[in-house]
Structure formats: structure tokens, C-alpha cells
Design a protein around this ligand. Sequence first.
Ligand code: ZN
Length: 545
Amino acid sequence: MEGSLKLNIRRLFKLALVVSLPLFTLLILGWFLIPIFRAYIKEVLAFGFLTLVFFSFILLFLKAKTRKLLTLIAIGLLSLFNYIKLSFYHIYEVNLSASALFVIFESDTRESKDFLSNYFDKTNLLLAVLCLVVVPFVAYRLLKRINLKANFKFIKILAFIAIVASGYLINSSFKSENIVVESISAYKDFAALQEQLKSDLAKPTSSFIEVEKKTDYPETHVVIIGEATTSWHMQLYGYDRPTNPKLTQIRDQLLVFDSVITPNVHTIVALDKILTFSDYNNPNKTNNTSVVQLANQADFTTYWISNQRPVGFHERISSIIGTAADETYFVATSDSDDEIYDEMLLPALDLVLQKPAKKKLVFMHLIGTHGKYNRRYPKSFEIFKSEKENLKFKHKKAALLVNYYDNATLYNDFVVRQVIEKVRHKNINSYVAYFSDHGDDVYDTMEDYAGHNEYRATRPMYEIPFIVWFSKTYKANNPNFEQYKTYQKRAYNLEDFQYTFSDLSGITFKTFDSTKSIFSTGFIRKPRIIRKNQVYNNRLKKLEH
Ligand SMILES: [Zn+2]
């Protein structure tokens, strides 16, 4: 043994201090960045245990060289975890949770780019320099001065016990604070959902639903799935800019539902609930059926026309559901970076409308008003250029992005109207339904934010347009039609859309529940549950956080 016990303990203590540098950084910076005291304490404790695991692991090895290498690796990893954690708190003011990671997994590369450019503001860059450069550098310099040879017999045993105990504590009490444990479990869930989607929903029909009644006359219906378009920026919903001139022209032919919300403000989780039987109580439902499968089973010929890229998980949810359709048209290819405006879907619609099938159901998935907003419309729709009157937050970026978003909404109005006119022209039994997967808050309620994010969820993200147009033949065939107009104020969570869809399309199936259809005389208003058991109420000025 080299040196006295006292000397060895001093060496170990120095090593412990160096390994704990990231922990000290969290202790100080976390105080400012973690908004809730209890969360702060939990984070510090969890990170402390993780540091102890790393430190003890280093002590299992007796050679000074090995210890040095392991210490450097440990500091690198701890610094990285620390940075990810702190920066996440800085941006979202919440813990980096499984569902947060889920959202990152689902983003496509382009979205990730947007995400990254939003993520790295000045504070965050400073954090990066501090956590990833300064702390490891200081640790490295200090480490050089420590003699790492301390080794007495019982240290290995102690280290081993510390690893087991800390590991147990992390796993039992601090799971959601540990980003390694959390990432692995989030990825597992994510992969499971993906598998389940593939195995259940990509098939043409589902064995979990039994269609009991279907129509037997010529009909063509279109369901338009919008993207990131909030009702808050739509003239039809009272916005103070003319963003819906085309739909306003035919306002008296439309049903405009004014209290419809999306179940989630992220595409994949929202569409999982809207287009299938998943809902708040059964998210990522197994033994599931989509509206496309339902239509197939009711003898419709189905078409899926999409302007969302069929790659990346974000797109894959819709392309998997779309795969069940008899014919699919993906206008946007994965390798092109060109902007493809939604009107490029119209030729595919023309083609489909000309086909001889007797009963058709067409699903159109738009790119809508998805950020980057200024890339969603052609030059001819650049109408809103000067600063909007009554802009809530008066700063340059808000003025600019609100203009972009309103132009995109204006263009979306044009596209939806075009679809209606094309279907009207066929002059048969038809409806066209339009909704958006979720909305964006474009400086409507927050001074510093444009986009959608469930951690900073606001009313504009939840409140979506739901609009239905009916052909003359549809109205003539439907004795209840006049009554429909009285339904426009019904409060509805679009997670029950399958029931509304079935009602509209004349489909009845075994487990059909008329209380969940917004078009049913039997409709029952129920609490609209979002997030963690929160009841949605549009009278609320702000959502709880
Ligand atoms: Zn979306």
C-alpha cells in the first residue's frame, strides 16, 4: 500500500470532488433554471446518486491509468447529461420526460432542424459552453494534479455496495429524473407503438370491428386532414383578418363547429386518437381500427392523397394508416427538399374523382400551415405584409411570423375551397369534412413563442377548425339535415372522430356509440379530457401548467 490511510482518503476525496463538478454545476444553475423547488431537489438527488455510481465504478479498478481514463469518460457523460437536462428545463420549464423524448423521436429531419434552431437560443449556447467545455476542461486540469493510486482492500467492496444501492435508488425513486433510464423506456414505448401501428393498422381491413350497416348508392366523400392550423387565425372563427375569403363566400353552405378541440397538440399522438379508436383512456390502443379500414369494410374504395413525407416517424403514422387505402398518392418525396404546396394534391384528387368506383372515400393529408410558415404558400398568396393591427405582442418577430402564418392560412382556405368545388362538380351524394390535427400558437398568448408544444400548451394549440360541406344530393337523402345546423356549438374532443365519420358515411358497426358522434341526435356532451386528466374549458383564459 502506498502512503498512509489518511493520505489515500484525501486522494479519494479529491477525485470525488472532480467527478462531482457536473453535480455542482447542476446545483448552482439548476437553482435558476428549474422552476419548482421540489423538482430541483429531486434532480439534484438523482444526479448525486448517478455521480456516486460513476465514482464507485472508477474505484473498482486499481490501476491509476485506468482510473484516469474512466474519470474522464465519467465527467464527459455526466457533463452531457447535465447539459441536456438543464437546457431542457430552460426551454420547456419541465423535466425531460418520456413523452418529451417521444416528440423528439417523431420529428422528421426538417422538423428537427426547426427544433434545433428554436432550441439553441443565447442562454442555451452559454449553457453548452459552460457544461460541455468549461466544466470538463477544469476537471481535466484538476485531475492531472491528483495521484490516483489510492487502493486499500475494502474500497472495492464499498464501491460495489455503493453501485448496487445507488442503482436501486435510481431505479425505484428517481426513474424519471434519470435520462438514461428514461430514454431507454421512452424508446421502447415508441418502438412498440410503431410495431403496433404496422401490424394492426396497415392492413386493408381490421378484424376488431364488425360493420353492420352500409350504404348502397353512388357517393364520394372527402376527409381533409389539415396540419397546424388553429381556428384562432381563421376568419370563419372570428379572426380579425380576412384569412378565409373563399370559405366565407360559401359560409351558408358550411357547418362550422366552434367548440372542437384536438386531444393532443402533436401530430402523431393527435392523429392516433382522431383517425383510430385510441383515445384518452386507451392511448396507443392495441386491437385497433382506423377510419380507412372502417371505410374499406363498408365497401368504399379508399384513396389516400398526402403532402406529408412518407419517411420519419412523424409521417409514418399517417402513411401507415394511409397504407390501408386501396390507392395511395404521396406527392412529397423523401429526398427532395423543395416546397410542395398543397395545391399539388389537386391533380391527384381530379384523377381519383374520375375513377369508376361507385362508393369512394378520399383522405387528403395536407402540409397545411406547418412551420416554416412562409414556405407553405406561393408568392401570389403573400397578402399580409404590413404589421397587423391589434397585434398582441408588438415585436418584429411576432409581426413577421403572424403575417407568414396568416398568408399560409389564406392559402389553406383556397385549397379547402378548391376541394369542395371539385367534389360539388361531381354532383352526387357527397360531404367534405375538414379539420386540423392541432393548432399553432403564433404569439397569440405568449410573447416569446410560435408553434405547438404540449409542455407549453395553450388554447390556440387545442382549438381547431372542424368544417363540413354537404352536396345537394346528400342533403336531399338525409332527412335530419336541417337539424345538423343546431349542432355547431357542440363541445367535442376530436378523439371521437371515428363515430362522427361513421355517422356521416352511413356506416354502422357493432360497437358504434352514437353519443360520441357530433352529428347524432343521441350525442351526449362529455368532459373533454386532455393532458393529465385536465378538463378542457374554452372559457379558461389560460391552461394550467
Ligand atoms: Zn401536426
